[in-house]
Design a protein around this ligand. Structure first.
Ligand SMILES: [Zn+2]
Length: 218
């Protein structure tokens, strides 16, 4: 398929940034958001600019090799992770990376997050795996992450956090919020004796719904 893109990439990135802050999913300048632009370049949050005061003028545009096209700051330190997602999946036009607390608990314990809540299979595609460890900012991190994202909206990054992909930054943000909420629920369910899997069959249908929505024409 043709590469999916977001018409107002800067506005979409800023909207997702504001939601990350409002939901308490970022601390300081950690985490980053990007969107694929109509010309195939990528609009991404800059490194080390506080989210509270970030404006469209702070955002950075890079080409698919990561070369700076526009902007006055260096791009996010996790740029390679974002670019790996766009290179691997043409249907993706938004990426959100963050260190949300409950998702990071699973990432640190290197425990996959089971799709034990009904909505997860539909929004995320199923269980959320833990990608093989690679240092923050490395090209390996992106390579390990995309191995788990072909039929999933999110993957946990070992000892680090999570990354979510979607049809837009808002879509990837929704995936992020659902993963974080599920991690919180499952952590509590473990304390109550462990989550009971969703009965087989139902979960399969919901995962198919996820695939169809991700690949649907705009
Ligand atoms: Zn990170």
């Amino acid at each position: 398929m043709h590469e999916r893109f977001v018409e107002d990439a800067a506005g979409a990135v800023l909207g997702a940034v504001r939601e990350l802050v409002a939901r308490g999913l970022v601390e300081g300048t950690s985490g980053n958001v990007s969107a694929r632009r109509p010309d195939g370049t990528v609009c991404v949050t800059p490194a080390s600019v506080p989210y509270g005061t970030m404006t469209a003028g702070d955002l950075v545009v890079v080409d698919c090799q990561g070369t700076l096209v526009a902007g006055r700051w260096p791009a996010s330190s996790e740029l390679a992770l974002h670019l790996a997602c766009y290179a691997a999946f043409p249907e993706i036009a938004g990426v959100v990376h963050c260190h949300a607390v409950h998702a990071s608990m699973f990432a640190v314990a290197r425990r996959p997050l089971p799709a034990a809540v009904d909505e997860v299979a539909m929004v995320v595609g199923g269980d959320v795996a833990v990608a093989e460890y690679a240092p923050s900012g490395s090209a390996e991190l992106g390579r390990h992450a995309v191995r788990h994202l072909a039929d999933r909206g999110a993957v946990l990054l070992a000892n680090h956090g999570m990354v979510a992909v979607g049809r837009s930054p808002a879509d990837a943000m929704h995936v992020t919020a659902v993963v974080e909420r599920t991690a919180r629920i499952v952590a509590g369910a473990v304390a109550l004796g462990g989550p009971v899997p969703v009965p087989a069959g139902d979960g399969h249908d919901l995962a198919a719904t996820y695939r169809a929505a991700r690949l649907a024409r705009r």
